[in-house]
Design a protein around this ligand. Structure first.
Ligand code: NAY
Length: 295
């Protein structure tokens, strides 16, 4: 379980200049994050633009990351897909590749009853021997994980954790209590990393960690060493950067990818309907990059 404690950047989709998934660029982002000494990666989630990629592309990304980092970092494969069938194909493939854990969002598009959501997650869990981390992200899926369903799911010993991206920090505390300390809780909202850790999260998985891993590693260190003033200060710096990343025309992930380019890691841009950064905003990207370096 110790291997799941720490900073887990949510891995970004890595495209070539034509917008195809790129092996070389995927591996360059792997190497970059490995050098930063993060604990592991969350591959193929929201930040991996999973819902905009087909099965072959998602499998390719899972493979490139495993090739580069298996045995070096803890690798979590996000396998949530529109159908149970596709999710299971990805789950089995991740197991074959040697991933350390699976994770999945609840079903998307149709608003299904909890019985269907339970069945969806359970069928994925039953399809492999791997541990499983529930992904609760109501703002994108429209479903907020209830304590009732959570309790039902954790009856299965393969369920080791929940990645909680809902905004109330209290949800982390509630899942932690319901899980009786056996279940790991991962903080989802990067803007509340410190608060999430203090209220009970064991770890963090986040979409902006990849742009500024050093800052989250420092925040984690301040939390574990009890330097709460410093932890709060670095959270404020992080939030200024996140707000700046979200203020550009185009998507946040596009802004992050431009920042990474300035750091020498070119992973292309985003896939539509996510928008790339507008050319007028490139000077702002440079300012954000400087801000990250100076923090
Ligand atoms: C994933 O699966 O890629 C993530 O972990 C991303 C979680 C992110 N939430 C959303 C709604 O995208 O990390 C957060 C988010 O990027 C961050 O808090 C900035 O808003």
């Amino acid at each position: 379980i110790e291997k799941f404690k720490g900073i887990f950047p949510a891995f970004y989709a890595c495209y070539d200049d034509k917008g195809e998934v790129s092996e070389e660029r995927t591996k360059s982002l792997c190497e970059h994050l490995y050098q930063k000494e993060v604990k592991g990666l969350y591959v193929g989630g929201s930040s991996g633009e999973c819902i905009y990629q087909n099965l072959a592309e998602r499998k390719a990304t899972l493979k490139y990351v495993a090739d580069a980092l298996k045995g070096k970092l803890t690798l979590i494969a996000h396998v949530g897909a529109p159908s149970t069938r596709e999710s299971i194909i990805l789950a089995k493939y991740a197991e074959e590749l040697g991933y350390d854990s699976l994770s999945a969002i609840p079903p998307i598009y149709f608003q299904l009853p909890e019985s269907s959501i339970y069945k969806y997650w359970s069928e994925i869990i039953d399809s492999t021997e791997l541990p499983f981390i529930i992904y609760n992200i109501p703002q994108t899926t429209g479903y907020a994980l209830s304590i009732k369903l959570f309790n039902q799911l954790i009856q299965n010993p393969k369920v080791i954790g929940v990645k909680n991206s809902s905004m109330p920090v209290m949800d982390i505390e509630r899942f932690k209590k319901a899980g009786e300390n056996r279940i790991l809780v991962f903080n989802g909202p990067d803007e509340q990393y410190v608060a999430g850790r203090l209220i009970g999260a064991d770890s963090g998985i986040g979409g902006t960690y990849g742009a500024m891993p050093e800052l989250f590693l420092k925040a984690e260190e301040f939390v574990t060493t009890g330097n709460f003033d410093q932890a709060r200060n670095i959270q404020t710096d992080i939030n200024d950067i996140i707000i700046a990343l979200c203020s550009l025309n185009g998507s946040m992930y596009a802004a992050i990818k431009e920042v990474l380019k300035l750091k020498g890691v070119n992973i292309g841009s985003v896939r539509g309907p996510l928008e790339p950064i507008y050319s007028d905003d490139f000077s702002k990207v440079e300012e954000i990059s400087v801000l990250i370096d100076q923090t």
